[in-house]
Write a protein that binds this ligand. Structure first.
Ligand code: NAD
Ligand code: MG
Length: 374
């Protein structure tokens, strides 16, 4: 891949490379006005012949980003667009089946390529379609939310939900490239932007104190979606996720650190019947995790306070309603990442480092929930 891209200077200067332990590596491009010139990248990567691209998106993005959608279709040889209905409730096999039917009726072959102009919902869903359509076709992620730029587009997990559980039907399948065109973020609602920022803060806490300090020093710029600050946080987040996933593609060890804040966050989402923002859940979950680490003597109060101050500065909620420690304890047990009844917590040892901790007493965990109770 890099040999091909070397001829494409414009593209290569924006690339972060992901090399999953499983093999196939791919570039993540970050910059402005990438969609209007994407045809050169598609050609450089020798993706499908001109007549076999398909753009996947959702109905909301199709409206908000109609210019970029039109541009993308134009760049990909005036290809058709398939629009999923927007929303997590449509991330299921029935929506997927509509896409398969659409593609089969239009005679898309094994040599075709999906271009996903979308957030994580369609990204996961169309990624799974790419993994399974005629045993696998090429796909390119063009994420439109901050969360999908820094998280779901990197790492190769693709899935749909089942009535029995979230992301229960899926695969590991890597895209050929990820194109983060910062211009698409202009129409992203603030609440969705904040949800993505929770994962960005997470990378700082688990892996990189210097990055955490950058987030502390650039609150206003980042909230204002300043171009340079945005490019930096997306690039660094992708690098960190890529590094972790590169070491551990299939979550046998290190990848678990990416779940920092998530065990507690999922309990909140669960108690709110999944009508609660994942990112906000994670931000609250990080508060609980830091409190637990502090109560276990793993970090000083100053470290917890530093994380709290950063989350407060970005405007994340400080408390959550409707979560009692007993119910939260039970809800945490149903998380699919809980290894066979053995509860494992990802807890900070300082800013920039976390470790797995098992056998924590139930009473201590319940005590830690007080960090976010009103
Ligand atoms: P999303 O795709 O639902 O997007 C959020 C909302 O914003 C949607 O209503 C969408 O239509 C709208 N939107 C998206 N981009 C927009 C834009 N540029 N302008 C205006 N509106 C826009 O949500 P998300 O947060 O991107 O993704 C969440 C999904 O990601 C979940 O299903 C989750 O399971 C998945 N996920 C996957 C991974 C992974 O590793 N594969 C990691 C994290 C999350
Ligand atoms: Mg997450």
């Amino acid at each position: 891949i890099s040999a091909v891209l070397r001829g494409l200077k414009f593209w290569d200067s924006r690339a972060v490379y992901v090399e999953p332990s499983g093999g196939s590596h791919y570039p993540i491009f970050i910059g402005h006005k990438l969609i209007p010139q994407i045809s050169s990248m598609l050609a450089g990567l020798r993706l499908a012949p001109k007549d076999s691209f398909l753009v996947c998106t959702d109905t909301t993005i199709a409206k908000a980003q109609s210019r970029n959608l039109g541009m993308l279709r134009h760049e990909a040889g005036n290809c058709p667009a398939f629009k999923f209905r927007a929303g997590e409730i449509y991330k299921n096999l029935s929506s997927l089946n509509q896409l398969y039917t659409f593609m089969l009726r239009r005679r898309y072959s094994r040599k075709s390529c999906l271009l996903q102009l979308s957030g994580g919902v369609v990204g996961d869903m169309a990624g799974f379609a790419a993994a399974t359509y005629q045993r696998g076709i090429d796909f390119v992620q063009i994420p439109t939310t901050l969360l999908s730029m820094v998280d779901s587009s990197v790492g190769g997990k693709v899935a749909v939900n089942h009535s029995e559980g979230k992301n229960m039907i899926g695969a590991f399948y890597q895209p050929k490239a990820v194109v983060c065109d910062l211009d698409v973020l202009a129409t992203l609602p603030d609440s969705e932007y904040l949800a993505g920022l929770a994962e960005v803060v997470k990378y700082g806490v688990i892996y990189d104190e210097k990055f955490f300090a950058f987030l502390e020093q650039n609150v206003q710029k980042i909230l204002a979606r300043d171009s340079e600050a945005l490019a930096h946080i997306i690039r660094r987040s992708c690098e960190i996720k890529a590094e972790v996933v590169g070491i551990d593609e299939k979550e046998q060890g290190l990848r678990a650190i990416l779940n920092y804040g998530h065990t507690f966050g999922h309990a909140i989402e669960n108690l709110h019947h999944y009508e609660f923002s994942h990112g906000i859940g994670v931000s609250l979950g990080m508060r609980v995790a830091a409190r637990l680490a502090r109560n276990l003597g793993m970090i000083s109060p100053e470290i917890e306070n530093r994380q709290t101050a950063l989350l407060d500065a970005y405007g994340f909620p400080k408390t959550v309603d409707g979560v009692q420690p007993d119910a939260a304890w039970d809800a945490m047990g149903v998380d699919k990442k809980v290894e066979k009844n053995k509860r494992v917590y990802i807890l900070p040892t300082k800013i920039g480092e976390v470790k797995k901790v098992a056998n924590v007493e139930e009473s201590l965990v319940k005590e830690a929930w007080k960090a976010v109770l009103p």
